[in-house]
Design a protein around this ligand. Structure first.
Ligand SMILES: [Zn+2]
Length: 197
């Protein structure tokens, strides 16, 4: 359903790469079996960080409204090499894609039930304040999460999947809002005890 475009030293997107990218997209949307990121038709894969002429910066990945998902393959693999640190590029970008899709058009589905999203965002604002006030690394979420609500959502999903136990112990309400928004919970049946690294 998608067009994969290799860039730089990556001359070909192998079936294995496609399977890994598709699999990670499913990890985000498994609560919504009919969601296929249909707005996103093109997936561009760079070997490493790439320069964006629009922002004038090097990026690890991005998602845009035209329906393009861009990934650095090195960063993609790095996200899975350390599976429990709450840092995973592709979960982050796929979450942006899911959210962006929901903003662009609600034709396929409406994953973000209004009330839950508002409750999540109210709690997120409190967490972002904590991140901004504590630069000593004591916060559960990284500094980048405090950039804005979109980034917080994407960063929070990285931990929701990679370290759900720690996340729930840290902030049960925030964790529970995310499980309602994504419609699955790795700590409950039928996922409980299964490994999703
Ligand atoms: Zn982001």
């Amino acid at each position: 359903m998608k067009t994969f475009v290799p860039r730089g030293e990556i001359k070909k997107i192998t079936p294995e790469m496609k399977a890994l990218i598709a699999g990670s997209a499913v990890q985000i949307t498994m609560g919504y079996p009919d969601v296929y990121f249909s707005h996103f038709r093109t997936i561009i894969v760079y070997p490493d960080k790439y320069y964006s002429r629009i922002t004038g910066k090097y990026h690890n990945g991005e998602v845009n409204k035209l329906g393009v998902i861009v990934l650095s393959w090195k960063c993609f693999m790095e996200g899975f090499r350390i599976p429990r640190d709450g840092v995973n590029l592709v979960y982050h970008e796929m979450t942006h894609a899911l959210r962006l899709k929901d903003i662009v058009s609600n034709n396929d589905y409406n994953f973000s039930d209004g009330t839950i999203v508002i409750e999540f965002e109210n709690e997120a604002i409190i967490e972002m304040k904590k991140v901004k006030e504590n630069h000593d690394g004591s916060s559960f979420f990284n500094d980048y999460s405090a950039t804005n609500l979109h980034e917080f959502f994407a960063v929070a999903i990285e931990s929701f999947i990679e370290r759900p136990m720690e996340f729930r112990a840290y902030n049960k309400n925030l964790y529970s809002y995310l499980s309602k928004i994504l419609n699955f919970d790795l700590l409950e049946a039928p996922y409980e005890g299964k490994s999703f690294t």
